[in-house]
Design a protein around this ligand. Sequence first.
Ligand SMILES: [Cu+2]
Length: 110
Amino acid sequence: MVLSFFVLLQYLPDSQTNSDEIIFEMTTKQWEFEPNQIIVEQGQTVVIKLQSTDVPHGFAIDEYNIYTFVPAGQTVDISFVATETGVFEIFCNIFCGEGHSTHRGQLIVR
Ligand SMILES: [Cu+2]
């Protein structure tokens, strides 16, 4: 009985999620993300290769607890599993100049 419960816990996540990985190349600059919208399927592992082409920026999605710093001119890899469906705001969380408050994008998980 204990054993079968343990086995169920071990295998349930695999049967419910899709293990696909999807990779995006994205740039960030004053004051936009390009592309500024990414669309993925629930359960996918999302990898975003994000390059800042000017000053330091941030990449944040509150609902996914993602807060990443992107140094000027560098590329960082951001990876997460898209567990929750919905429309989520991507925003720059590092002050980057006068248009900082409009430095936004969108993640759609469907
Ligand atoms: Cu910014």
